[in-house]
Design a protein around this ligand. Structure first.
Ligand code: FE
Length: 348
């Protein structure tokens, strides 16, 4: 059985066991309660998790999916009339913006935060990390590199000339990585880095994270960046091209001898005008529970935020690494600067 089939089996059995045991209480409770979730996470695992919550708590989850910017614009437009209870989004920059614009309200989760390291949630209670991802370097197996000393900064080294594959500056994952470099090295060095990377690109940025790895497999480039869960998905994909592409690269956790590898989060916050605040808080607690943290890890290859929960075997096989623990709010605050610098340095 391929890993992806195993994962699906896991979701199915997880739902079946959890769902059937509460059939009675669902029928008696009905769905007289609800919670409205705006989310830009586009992963099937979330739907399965929400179904389990509905059945176990008797609370209907109404989901609005969209691009993070669209959802933020919608929340702003709806104002006080908004029915949205929760915003779930995949990057600290968006969580920070939602806090900054006054879209979130602070909440206290008490014991639900036991086991979650403090840098993974807002110290004022406006947002909470649900999963973690590392943005790693991958290099063609044909290249001999010293993984121990490789830094993000090395991507600008002229010896990678014409061999770097990158996605667009519009991509928020790259914006948050750049924000972490501005935090560590200052704007001037960050701008020099952009110019160096741009000079090394084999083509103008395009495609998603997985496409960059495919360009290495195709022999067009030798080095790129990718979020860890996409690598897990590639290794276990039904598409043989994705599997071969993933096998063609070595995974490097950069900056191990200094600040550590850049970490980003998927996270959640309760919206200012949430009509179902209590149910929304229940849902957050459920998502942070060890059981559901394990599902995110096993099915979606994300790093759990709960320290008692391990990553899945394939992710764990890549080894432990030192994380860059810069304040996530600081990375969010530097997002505007990062976008400006990308423009200035000519990163398309
Ligand atoms: Fe993603």
């Amino acid at each position: 059985m391929k890993y992806s089939s195993l994962a699906l089996f896991f979701v199915a059995s997880f739902c079946l066991t959890s769902c059937f045991q509460d059939t009675k209480s669902i029928q008696s409770k009905g769905f007289d309660k609800e919670v409205n979730v705006y989310t830009d996470r586009h992963y099937q695992v979330d739907d399965s998790i929400f179904s389990v919550f509905e059945r176990e708590f008797g609370v209907r989850i109404n989901i609005v999916k969209g691009d993070a910017q669209e959802l933020l614009a919608r929340i702003e437009k709806e104002g006080q009339a908004s029915k949205a209870d929760l915003l779930i989004t995949t990057d600290i920059a968006r969580l920070y913006q939602a806090k900054l614009y006054g879209f979130f309200q602070p909440i206290a989760l008490g014991d639900a935060l036991l086991g979650i390291p403090e840098y993974l949630f807002d110290d004022e209670g406006y947002w909470f990390g649900l999963t973690k991802r590392a943005r790693v370097i991958v290099v063609s197996k044909k290249e001999e590199v010293d993984a121990q000393t490789m830094n993000y900064e090395n991507l600008a080294n002229p010896n990678w000339s014409g061999r770097v594959s990158m996605r667009s500056k519009e991509n928020v994952y790259n914006q948050s990585l750049l924000a972490s470099m501005i935090a560590a090295n200052g704007e001037e060095e960050a701008l020099d880095w952009i110019k160096g990377v741009v000079a090394n690109m084999y083509q103008s940025p395009k495609g998603n994270d997985r496409d960059q790895v495919k360009s290495i497999y195709a022999g067009k480039a030798d080095i790129t960046l990718i979020n860890t869960y996409y690598l897990g998905k590639m290794f276990t994909s039904d598409d043989p091209l994705e599997v071969e592409a993933a096998k063609s690269v070595n995974i490097i956790f950069p900056n191990q001898n200094n600040r550590g590898t850049h970490i980003n989060i998927s996270g959640v916050g309760v919206l200012q005008h949430a009509p179902n605040k209590l149910e929304a808080m229940e849902l957050i607690k459920f998502l942070l529970s060890e059981r559901i943290q394990g599902v995110y890890a096993e099915v979606n290859f994300e790093y759990p935020v709960h320290s008692n929960v391990k990553p899945c075997a394939i992710v764990e096989s890549w080894g432990d690494f030192k994380e860059d623990r810069s304040s996530l709010n600081q990375l969010g605050a530097l997002n505007t600067t990062a976008i400006k610098l990308f423009d200035k340095g000519g990163w398309k």
